[in-house]
Design a protein around this ligand. Sequence first.
Ligand SMILES: Nc1ncnc2c1ncn2[C@@H]1O[C@H](COP(=O)(O)OP(=O)(O)O)[C@@H](O)[C@H]1O
Ligand SMILES: [Mg+2]
Length: 256
Amino acid sequence: MSTLLEVENITLRFGGVTAINDVSFSVEDHELFAIIGPNGAGKTSIFNTISQVYRPQEGDIRFEGSSIMGTRPDHVAEMGIARTFQNIELFPQMTVIDNLLTGRHIRMKGSVFSGALWWGKAKREEMENRRKVEDIIDFLEIEQWRKYPVALLPYGIQKRVELGRALAMDPKILLLDEPVAGMNLEETEDMARFILDIKRELDIAMVMVEHDMGLVMDIADRVMVLDFGQRIALGTPDEVQKNPDVIAAYLGSEFA
Ligand SMILES: Nc1ncnc2c1ncn2[C@@H]1O[C@H](COP(=O)(O)OP(=O)(O)O)[C@@H](O)[C@H]1O
Ligand SMILES: [Mg+2]
């Protein structure tokens, strides 16, 4: 096992609000790492610092051993850090296939060549992109929706399409922000199955922010608990559930 992502002593402030207070954790290759905590604990802010949408005032974030601080968010994505959003961010009028293709296009390199040589290469690349997208559509079992505009799909399927778009980027690590929020039981079970399939079959590391304690405790390798921007616990699901600080802070009733 080697370390893929290292978040070291990051602090992020918005004016007087300290959204993240001196938080450290690391994610290993193949790991499914969960972050839990109440609303406003700083979970989404951590994803935004990793994506470099927000710049923490203190600390360092390293990916595959190199600091990514100051990297443009689109470059962070190209390096292999893909994400899904708490509120779905797809192109609602575009089809499932076209939304997934936008995930491929982030990886296409611009070329200074023109003429037949370039067109040949571009055409091959586009065919390869379409083949990859169809593989992901099969993997996520959304064949029947592939030509529908995303806006027409049930919510649970839209969340799955967003996961597909992140997968289309060929990521080394996936950041999932509340992947089952707002889902019914059946949709939640489906999503849990796909997350486990990604781990087992595609071997992609994941960081999952979640409110659904049951899901986290069932599928995560390790869990970090945040409260008011601070890390109050980090360990296996068993360790975290038994941690007196966690129980005292707010989880007591859920695990009692
Ligand atoms: N862009 C922003 N501007 C000002 N405050 C923000 C911004 N983003 C997040 N915050 C604040 O940071 C804290 C953590 O928010 P967030 O990371 O969204 O929490 P969570 O995802 O755990 O619910 C909250 O107090 C929130 O209001
Ligand atoms: Mg959030």
